[in-house]
Design a protein around this ligand. Sequence first.
Ligand SMILES: [Zn+2]
Length: 325
Amino acid sequence: MRASARIEENLYWYSKDKPVSSLFFRGYSVNVFAIDQGDEIWLIDAGVTKLGRPNRLVKCMRRDGLDPARIKKIFLTHAHPDHAAATGFFANRFDASIYIHKDERAALSGGSDYLWTEETRAARGMLSTFYPAPMWLVKVFMKYSIGETPRTANARLLESGEIVRGQKEDLMIIHTPGHVAGHACYYSPKLKAAFLGDLIDPSFDHKASLNFPASDYDAICQSIEKMASLDTKIICAAHAKEIITGAESSKTLYSGTLAKLNDAYRITVDLLKQAMGMRLKDFAGHYPKETWLLQDQICVPFSIIKSLEKKGKVRFDSGKFFYRE
Ligand SMILES: [Zn+2]
């Protein structure tokens, strides 16, 4: 089987699952998308360096008739290492510049230390509820399986709505916080293609990526609505097993994901109302498993609790969350 797919005239997909998804957890990565501009090649996300993935990507590009020496721009959806660990490879070898939304600047220059400091703060002392292993072990495992984002201080910072013009295709950046605060999607108006990064993970049943302690429920709902308002016929997501094509399928992905978020909200409120106080870990197991798995079962209710807190609907006392009408 070929390790790449041409989606459209100038658009190529290099699957995270080819030739393998990971090997003993090593090499877990994202889909990398390439736009052939003629003079330049632009990548959306870069994946990881484990299992020789960037070398393989370069090889597959050559097979597709794309000269990797033309890779001049890398558009990151955010700085998580599964998306950004290989940026150093492309920047060093082909002199490619890195583009990212301005709100993700600190995450990109701060690397994994920044990521875990932020997530630890967001977890409000309940980190062991989110991660069953001690933090040092989580970090070691992540470094082993995915690697680390190289600290990059000289990225080109983009504003939401800004358009980067290419010889054949333009790319608009759209700030889509929720998964992380600086997350962004990209949209190509001519291809009518949306590059979602970790906004939605279509490999599960309509899953919005609220899988970190700092993930923001209200923000991700607004971000999905923002993307749904664009005329889209191709959806390229970082962890998808396939590309979604057609305007109807695109709409269904957005509306279905919003519906699942709505369901999770209702489940959380019902649980809070029924119980005389809920510890965070009590929420796990109550959400549909075809959509939410492992730490989603904690991160999703936590993001909803934060939303309810903003409305004054939840108070926290002696380790428990209480609903108030
Ligand atoms: Zn991510």
